[in-house]
Design a protein around this ligand. Sequence first.
Ligand code: ASP
Length: 359
Amino acid sequence: MKHLIDPTDLTKEEIDQIIDLAQDIIAHRERYQGSMAHRKMATLFYEPSTRTRLSFTAAMMELGGNVLGFADARNSSVSKGETVQDTVRVVGCFADIIAIRHYIEGAPLAAAGVSTVPIINAGDGSHSHPTQTLTDLLTIQRELGHIDGITIGFCGDLRFGRTVHSLIKALSLYRDIRVVLIAPDELRLPDYIKHDVCDKRGIEYKEVRTIDEVMPELDVLYMTRVQKERFLDEDEFDRVKDSFVLDAARMRLAKPKMAVLHPLPRVNEILPEVDADPRAAYFRQVENGKFVRMALICSLIDWKNDPAHKMPEGDTPVDDPTLHCTNLKCICNNEQVPRRFRRLEDGSYRCWYCDSKVK
Ligand code: ASP
């Protein structure tokens, strides 16, 4: 069975299939109405969300299926102390597919370990957001006509921005990608993405401090919100929140065919004056999110019993009781799941669930 927990759970061929299917759905919407009739999707949202949850709901409704679940875990058995693994075992008896958003990192991966139906990670803490990645890839494909060969600038909160982490991982499957990281020191990209993804898989990257110095090079500018809910320290949030703002003057420095993406919600990092610019793709991106989720739901349900679509073999997890994940927001420090680690080439370890450093 195939789950989508991390973008690299999909092969390049599977991503291509999903993007092609999404494009076919866009071109022939009537053909897909009713294709998920009598199927049910559960959306288990332990963290606030508007776009992602409604996008999943709209996607399933447009396919003729039904949706159940919760948007606020306080109204579920979670408030009685139920673990995410038990909740998923129960909900799997009612639904054909489950989308989970959780503020605890690694929760969807732990859930997939016990689930009898496909699990989709709809965002876990500041770790990963693979369905936003599929949305972003479809948007780049539709805006520019290609993904290979692009130079993409990521601007703003690269430290906590899970959409950035996931998209960089997925871009490592494409050819000749150049990444420009535009962020203040406090919000730089985590080392595990720079080293384990960019360095290892040959993505060329550079770090800069202003948008202006790189704007003319970019094919895509990926803006992000500075996420208050990810900061443990409010003063640090206040110091960096207004750091990088896109306005009409900066857009004049860009290529005529550049695309501006943003996973939304925006706060003040893109001024409304940019919205009318034809290169502002962020509202088209939202619509692409629904189409790509339609394609993903159909694919994961179709692939469920197909041995050609398995989870990747990957590394062998190391179970060592002397190792501890340092991330207090990781599932392994919040619920009773087996502690597991991934051994890196240099002999150090990372947490299996959240990729954090290990003591
Ligand atoms: N919507 C995106 C996410 O869920 C970005 C954000 O919240 O700022 O990660």
